[in-house]
Each structure stands twice: as C-alpha cells, then as structure tokens.
Design a protein around this ligand. Sequence first.
Ligand code: GAL
Length: 437
Amino acid sequence: MTEGTGAMRGRWKAIAAVAVSGMLAVSGCGGGDDKDTSGDKSEVEVFSWWTGPGEADGLAAMKADFEKKNPGTKFTNAAIAGGSGTQAQAVLASRLQNRKPPDSFQGHAGAELLDYIKAGQIEPLDSFYQENNLRAAYPAQLLEQITYNGKIYSVPVNIHRSNVLWYNPKIVQEAGLSGPPKSVAEFITALKAVKDKTKKVPLSLGAQWTADHLLESVLLGDLGTDAYNALWKPGADWSGPAVTKALTDFAEIMKYTTVEAASTDWQGAAKAVVDGKAAFNIMGDWAYGYFTGAAPNGLGKKLDEDFKYAASPGTDGTYMWLSDSFTLPKGAPHKGGALAWLKEASSKEGQDLFNPKKGSIPARKDADKSLYKGYLEYAFNEWNKPGVKLAGSFWHGVNANKKWHTDIDTAVGLFLQNKDVGKLQSALSTAAENSGS
Ligand code: GAL
C-alpha cells in the first residue's frame, strides 16, 4: 500500500484506537516465546472457516506451496464451514478452553485478536517477525492492530473489503435504473424500483450474520466515515438521531430482502445475483473469489456480464477493511509445523497464491500487482489510494470484541423477529455501554 501519509496514519490511529487503547492499557499476559523453533514439525493442523469455493481454493493453493517447501510436514486442514466463522469460532472457543488448540488458527486483526491475547491463548511472534524480516513487509498501521504491550501476535495474510455492492446489471436495467445507487436513499429507491418493475428479489440476504454485515454498510453509508468510526470509541453514544435514521433505513432496506433468507449462507445469497434471481447483494469481496473461480468449484462467472460491483451505497472513497491473520496458540502441539505455516502465510509467494483466489488483496506491501485483475485491481488501487478513508468492519473482528459482537448479533436477531427500530437502537446502545471498551 501507499504508505505513511500523515493523514492516513491519523485515520488508522482513529480506527486502531478502539482495539489498541485496550492493547496498551491492559497489562500482563502473553508471556510465551516463539524463539524455540525446535518444536515438532512433523505435522500442522490449520484451523479456519474456509470451506467454500474461492476461499477453499485460496487455502489449497497456499497449502500446495507449503507442502512443496516442507515435504516432511503433514498438513491437516481443520476448516469448519459457516460464513464469517459462525460455527468455527464456537468450536475453536471450546478447543482453546479445553487446552486442545490447533497448531494455528484464523483470527481477525483488531479487537477479535485482542480477546485471544488477553485470554492468554496465543503466543507473541516477535522473534519470528525478526527472523523473517517481517516488520518491514507490512504496513505499520496494520501492525498496530496486531500488537499488544509492544509484542506482535499474528501474521496477516490479506486485506478484505466489507462494503461492496454486487449487482446484476440486467436486472438493474430492467428496473429502469441508470446504475448502482450512490447513497442509502438512492438504494431504497432502487430496491423499490426492482420490486415494482421486475419479478426479481431486490436484495438477497443469507444467514443472520449477513444482516449484521449489511448493517455495518448501512451505518457507514448513512453516518459517514468519521461518525461510523466514532461509534466504536469508548463511551460512544448510539442513542442519537443519526443512528435512529440509519437504523430506520436499515429496517426499510430489510423489507426488500427474501423471507427464506436464513436458510442459506452468504454463498446462496451472493449466487442469486449472478444467477439473475436478485438485483443486489452487499457482501465482502470473498464473493468475488466465489463468483469468478473456475467451475466446478467456483461459479465461473464474468465481471460486467454476469455481475458488477460498486461501493456499498454512500460509502465510495472509504475502505471498510478487515484482515485474516494466523496465530500461534499457546500449547500448539506442533510448534515447528505452526511456525512453518506462519512463514508460508506471511510470504510474498504464499499471499500472491492465496489472495487472487480468495478475492482479497495481500496484507504485504510488496505483492505482485499484475496478479490482481478485475475487481481486485480496483480493490488494490482503492486500498493504496493516497487519502483513502478507512473504517473497520465490526462484524469481521476489527472494531468490536467478541462480547460486543455477540450482543449486536443478538440485538439484530431480535430485530429480525420484532422489526422494532426503537428496541434495536436501545439494545445497540446497551451493547456499546457494556462492551468494556
Ligand atoms: C470473514 C473472513 C473471510 C471470509 C468471510 C466469509 O469473516 O474474514 O475470510 O471467510 O468471513 O466466510
């Protein structure tokens, strides 16, 4: 990425404040030492939730490179299905509690990682960073998101964008729209036009977490970047009229989604767009890996013909980001295997094999740009644009710790039943007050 304009650092700092204020303030834990690389290297069990087309292909590409470089290490893929890790994180929590950690697990940079650190469940990786000269490879601002008490705790493999509107150009045209909506108000008008003028679903949605994901884009689109980022700072007020307006819009938007939504995960919802069944879907750019991956695993669809993309309404110029990173759990049974895996995940080769398939851009600064085509070229350029505004994804671990994340999900789940904006807002206010941030 284009590094280090003061303004950019400032923005990152604002976002980082939530995660890092906690990181600096709380003392203790961590401990461990990754200097001992003599650990068992016969195996490595890698835990993630990448089982679907695109993401699983990215993981497989990195695994193949890993096996080539580490012929004596047996790779076990312990991925558990379920978008955004809904199932995987529950399994992981119980494994960590029972002191049966995998050798490495996927954890989002930011507040989510901080939870693992504070619970003493993962080891610092400073020696590993030093040996592999990694501090220089990552943007300083990203390193801040994985640092606690001066120690560094994970290996970021990518940057994803959360605020993407995927749309079917033919349905949008059939609805008489000149292009994708540019604001939340235009979005609501567009959804109505699709409903009135076509027989298609205006906005596809999947399992409950995809409503949480939609909520972060609507909050960002309505509030703007600064006010959105301010929601995640200690003592933030969620009870004001701007949030009421955003939640009222969210409620209106939800009226144009499918009733059978909950029975499918993000893949089913995203697929409805490229299959010509739904006009719009708001989903992270892992959808791009799924759409464009070669059949039979991927959908083999074509950008501009089968689907198009735009910033989610009202968010153009802001990158709502998240980063998948890998960890070294305390008590990992095959520490040598884990460190070899972290080396792969942190390498330029590994990231350039993984990300084009995954639908993300590399976390490293020295990636081969020519590999990132179509939507990914846009993502690469947006991320690196001088003056890009950054917002952290709350659903994907950047801004909200696990308790806050769960409380928001519970509030959204109740809202899906009672459709009561007032109750949603007061539950979200309470969630913020109780977040401990
Ligand atoms: C996110 C994760 C992505 C992708 C997505 C859908 O939380 O960071 O890598 O897996 O969920 O499952």
